[in-house]
Design a protein around this ligand. Structure first.
Ligand SMILES: [Zn+2]
Length: 414
């Protein structure tokens, strides 16, 4: 084990040491570690990617934690660039404002505020906003565009300072950040200090139920330390002096969980949704190793089917490319064994990825226009959650005789 990766011995939510490895995805490079041409000869580090289930609280998690300084070295994700996310956040802000009757000039704080897309929506409702994010360049950009922010990590000390300077928060939001933080208890300590007596903490996390149900195994990579379900979170928040009062399902990232939390003994009642979600999770045995063993068999089945088709096409002399190189592509390609002898090159719309090579396998990433220059016979849609949009946008490729292959949730050729 390298010094940049530490193995935890205890559950991130309940501190139990009774943990069972339930899904072994082997060693892979970091999902976002795309390589420049000049670095191709250098050996690329890989890290264990194994999911463990806590036998006490049933929380699913990675225990091998890569140093965030290494993990987020070249972080480039900016949420506001995608119109889908902007619409999602507009709906999100409207929901919170309407349901919780926030006071005029109330304070909304967001942990992991990125480019300020969500806070901008709250600001339009007349609320004061403050973003906290360690990504300096993105946060400075948000501040310049009128979204107040602090560059740094959300700590209990920072929570105390914010309360002293701006008063208690009416809303604290954290979207797609809770799965990235190793010391979650410390963050919740800060939340408890900053929330006003009627305040709420709202979070969105990718939901393990969707991962298992729809074989979204490519969302498992080193940045995502936790694979949340409702049951373990109830006890976790209670131990932090907080109370989970409502949960709902939202569509983002292939299926996410939105939770609403108040201070223990706060004014809101616990909605029936909490018990209903836990019941659904038990029915799917998400608190048992069996659910993960089923997922492993499903990955195996898809790999056999997809590789069989691709190898047959290769033997017929067909040329195969990939479409899209988001972070999750690395897990997908490693576990479906989409290696350079099968995939010649990958096209991606993002200029940030073009000219680079994929982590570990070193398949070149080129502009999408190359589809029409190199004219591969088949294109595997690696960013498969955008498959309908990609197929529609590139109708010309199909009209010229090309085919798309969608690998998940079931192998499909169009
Ligand atoms: Zn636990």
């Amino acid at each position: 084990m390298s010094s940049t990766c530490q193995r935890r011995a205890t559950c991130r939510l309940c501190s139990s040491a009774d943990l069972e490895k339930v899904l072994a995805l082997g060693h892979t490079p970091l999902a976002n570690a795309f390589v420049r041409r000049e670095s191709l000869p250098e050996a690329q580090p890989t890290y264990p990617l194994d999911v463990y289930l806590c036998r006490d609280c049933a929380h699913a998690q990675l225990l091998d934690v890569v140093d965030p300084a290494v993990l987020y070295k070249d972080y480039v994700y900016v949420s506001g660039t995608s119109p889908v996310f902007v619409r999602h956040f507009e709906e999100y802000a409207r929901y919170i404002v309407n349901r919780f009757a926030l006071p005029a000039n109330g304070l909304v704080v967001e942990i992991g505020s990125n480019d300020g897309t969500l806070l901008r929506c709250f600001k339009e409702h007349g609320l004061r906003v403050l973003g906290i994010d360690p990504a300096e360049q993105i946060t400075r950009g948000a501040i310049a565009s009128g979204i107040d922010g602090i560059v740094g990590f959300f700590t209990p000390e920072l929570a105390h300072e914010i309360r002293r300077d701006r008063g208690p928060a009416d809303v604290i939001a954290a979207n797609n950040v809770m799965a990235h933080i190793d010391d979650l208890s410390q963050v919740m300590d800060g939340v408890r200090r900053l929330l006003g007596p009627d305040g709420i903490f709202v979070f969105e996390v990718s939901y393990l139920k969707d991962v298992v149900e729809n074989t979204l195994f490519d969302t498992i990579y080193h940045e995502h330390l936790d694979y949340h379900t409702v049951q373990p979170l109830v006890g976790f928040f209670r131990r932090c002096g907080l109370e989970l009062i409502d949960v709902m399902h939202v569509d983002s990232h292939g299926g996410s969980l939105r939770g609403v939390v108040q201070l223990a003994g706060g004014p809101h009642r616990v909605e029936p949704s909490v018990a209903a979600f836990i019941e659904g999770e038990r029915r799917m045995q998400l608190d048992q190793p069996a659910a993960f063993h089923r997922l492993a068999r499903e990955i195996e089945r898809i790999r056999t089917e997809l590789l069989g088709q691709l190898r047959r096409l290769k033997q017929e002399g067909k040329r195969i490319a990939g479409f899209g190189a988001p972070a999750k592509t690395t897990t997908l390609m490693y576990h479906l064994e989409l290696e350079p002898d099968v995939i010649d090159f990958i096209v991606d719309d993002s200029p940030l990825k073009q000219g680079l090579y994929t982590p570990g396998m070193h398949i070149p990433v080129v502009p999408t226009s190359e589809l029409y220059v190199r004219r591969p016979d088949y294109v595997v849609i690696l960013a498969w959650n955008f498959a309908p949009t990609i197929v529609q946008k590139h109708a010309a490729f199909r009209e010229a005789g090309g085919h798309f292959i969608i690998p998940l949730p079931k192998v499909e050729i169009v």
